[in-house]
Design a protein around this ligand. Structure first.
Ligand SMILES: C[S@@+](CC[C@H](N)C(=O)[O-])C[C@H]1O[C@@H](n2cnc3c(N)ncnc32)[C@H](O)[C@@H]1O
Length: 454
């Protein structure tokens, strides 16, 4: 059978076709509009004006790949088409292709470096692409151009909280912690004299460095590995008038070089990089490296040692985070194998009950040159009948001679450290008077706490 196709557009001029397409478009007849727009550009008429309209129709229909193709055609014809770059980037972002979105927005930025929409979208895309520090810089540039813009303010706060852990603020407000460190710093400076060179690893706000100056040190070098925090350290050091005495280096301590970043090895090392579970902030690697390369043999090391303490606990609420059994009539119990082994908790805001005496679980001397992963069997005297969900663990810090700091779960509520419940792989029934056999140790970056017998 012969099919004779009739070109209904034959005889119309491209401008008539375009007018018709726009009428269809305005009336919401997208299919007819699309056909007519395609006919317009197939005649080579106002291609650069029509491709965005076609891309818009494809997007409205949910045909995102076709829309992308149309934006690409446009950008091939006119690579510096700002609107095309922005719209294609927005679509790429929506499709989760963040690196491609960033690439297009960077091209748009080169064309118009002060365009607020470009900078805002670039900041957001950089953050989503995992490039938070670059996002922060772009957004701060935008804040200078558009001070007071609430969207910019929102994105800046979003970037900051993605890069800076929440515990910095409660940690700074923890007066007991601050006082303990200040006392230790004062002792070290008075023992080594005001010429002592002080190295503060993990400066944060610069608090410990400023304490060292207040204690009489003439100069301090501090380093901070998170760029956005290091910028804040500099700002805070400066508003407190210490910029001539405190050198802030935006680097991880592993990258510090004696002779470049520090004039000589330090006489006093102060470093508060302790996580709730003691080890996860790479504390052993950092101290070993600092002791090897950055400080004198007889340097004061603050803190001197750290201990994980803990007890066996029962908790209905935490059991629901640790174990699962039958749900809505189905056996989903194997999912317990995927449960979190570490539950950060606020001991005073969580309901739990001690089932054993408190015990030192692992003690680590931070002045040692080397630490190997280790574990041992401990016997915890059980003090109450119950079903143990795991070990409630907290820390005790031996900051200096006679200066100690701890965050016990029933007596510490306003600091940066939470307690951590190390869950068992299944509930364990215990009886008062038993000795609970626990394997306690570490692998250098995490604590190992589990029942000795299955
Ligand atoms: C717990 S905060 C303490 C901040 C401040 N020293 C204080 O006591 O208020 C630790 C800081 O150290 C930084 N940090 C951790 N390990 C580091 C390292 N090896 N080199 C440089 N900075 C580090 C973290 O980014 C974080 O800002």
């Amino acid at each position: 059978m012969n099919i004779i196709q009739i070109d209904r557009n034959c005889g119309k001029t491209p401008s008539q076709l375009l007018a018709e397409a726009m009428d269809f478009h305005a009336a919401g007849e997208l299919e007819a509009a699309e056909t007519a727009y395609v006919a317009v550009i197939s005649r080579g008429y106002r291609v650069i004006d029509v491709l965005p309209l076609l891309a818009g129709i494809s997007s409205a229909n949910g045909d995102f790949e076709i829309a992308l193709e149309r934006w690409s055609q446009l950008l091939e014809l006119q690579p510096s088409h700002l609107f095309g770059l922005m719209e294609k980037a927005a679509l790429l972002h929506r499709l989760g292709r963040w690196s491609d979105a960033v690439r297009h927005l960077e091209m748009a930025e080169q064309i118009d470096p002060f365009n607020p929409a470009t900078l805002l979208n670039l900041g957001v895309a950089l953050l989503d692409a995992g490039r938070g520090h670059e996002a922060a810089k772009v957004l701060r540039r935008l804040a200078d151009i558009q001070p007071g813009n609430p969207l910019v303010e929102h994105q800046i706060r979003r970037v900051s909280s993605a890069l800076v852990p929440f515990w910095h603020i409660p940690m700074l407000n923890d007066q007991a912690r601050n006082d303990a460190f200040e006392k230790a710093i004062q002792q070290a400076i008075s023992a080594h004299g005001s010429d002592a060179s002080v190295l503060d690893i993990g400066a944060g706000s610069g608090l410990l460095s400023m304490m060292a100056i207040r204690a009489g040190a003439r100069s301090v070098v501090c380093c901070e590995s998170v760029e956005i925090i290091a910028e804040m350290t500099k700002r805070i050091v400066s508003i407190n008038g210490y910029e001539d005495q405190i050198r802030v280096i935006s680097k991880n301590s592993k990258e510090l070089v004696v002779g470049e970043d520090l004039n000589k090895r330090a006489d006093v090392l102060v470093s508060e990089i302790l996580s709730c579970d003691l080890l996860s902030e790479s504390v052993l690697n950092t101290f070993e490296d600092a002791i090897d390369r950055l400080v004198h043999e007889d340097a004061a090391i603050i803190p001197r040692s750290i201990t994980a303490m803990g007890c066996l606990i029962e908790s209905d609420v935490l059991a629901k985070y640790a174990f699962v059994d039958r749900v809505s009539g189905f056996d989903v119990s194997p999912f317990t194998e995927l449960a979190s082994t570490r539950l950060p908790v606020h001991g005073k805001l969580t309901s739990w009950r001690r089932l054993s005496e408190d015990h030192d679980l692992i003690q680590i001397d931070l002045r040692a040159r080397r630490h190997e992963g280790t574990y041992q069997k401990l016997s915890l005297p059980v003090t109450a009948d119950g079903t143990a969900v795991g070990i409630m663990q907290w820390i005790r810090v031996d900051v200096a001679e006679g200066v100690e700091f701890s965050n016990p779960p029933d007596d510490y509520s306003d600091g940066g450290w939470l307690q951590v419940v190390h869950t068992f792989s299944r509930p364990v029934v215990v009886r008062a008077g038993d000795a609970f056999e626990l394997l306690a140790g570490h692998d250098r970056t995490s604590l190992i706490l589990m029942p000795a017998h299955k």
